[in-house]
Design a protein around this ligand. Structure first.
Ligand SMILES: [Fe+2]
Length: 177
């Protein structure tokens, strides 16, 4: 039995919020690693349940875990990115680039996915054990996971490296006389 606790995880907390932009980006990468691991674990569970043609009672807890991950950890992560990365992107002028704009446009949190998942879960609870309802809800969960993994990859492959290229190099040292 998984105990429901609302604790502030290191992923969603501000504990690691560094003042130095490079350290902040590194902290976000670390959050990505943790979140990706969780997302892949849930994705595997959904794939297995789908294959086994599992009953609603087995599918619901996995989707509830996904919902909790979105609401309690991924959403705060995205808000943290918005708060810390956007000023850097503006200052560096990168926010004017189309590719970068597309990435940050998807960074406003995961409210839409949370709502979608919640509705699907409610439907599943009503229509429990209807094969088609179960299949649909698993597909929604897998779709949400895919969207988030893709978003993380675009940050890791494009956004973070571009940002790092545009940050002032080495820590500032007093100029030589
Ligand atoms: Fe991210």
């Amino acid at each position: 039995m998984v105990e429901k606790r609302r604790k502030c995880s290191s992923v969603s907390g501000d504990r690691g919020l560094a003042e130095e932009p490079r350290a902040e980006i590194e902290a976000l990468r670390e959050e990505h690693r943790i979140l990706l691991k969780e997302l892949r674990r849930l994705d595997k569970s959904l794939a297995r349940l789908s294959l086994e043609r599992a009953e609603a009672a087995a599918v619901i807890p996995v989707l509830e875990s996904l919902h909790a991950l979105l609401a309690d950890r991924i959403h705060p992560h995205m808000l943290r990115e918005r708060r810390t990365l956007r000023p850097l992107l503006r200052r560096s002028g990168l926010s004017r680039e189309r590719e970068i704009r597309t990435i940050i446009a998807g960074d406003d949190g995961v409210e839409k996915e949370c709502r979608q998942l919640k509705r699907a879960l409610q439907r599943l609870k009503r229509e429990a054990d209807e094969r088609e309802a179960i299949r649909r809800v698993i597909a929604i969960g897998e779709g949400v996971i895919e969207v988030i993994i893709e978003h993380v990859h675009r940050e890791e492959r494009i956004l973070f490296p571009r940002l790092e290229e545009n940050l002032p190099s080495a820590p500032s040292r007093p100029p030589r006389a």
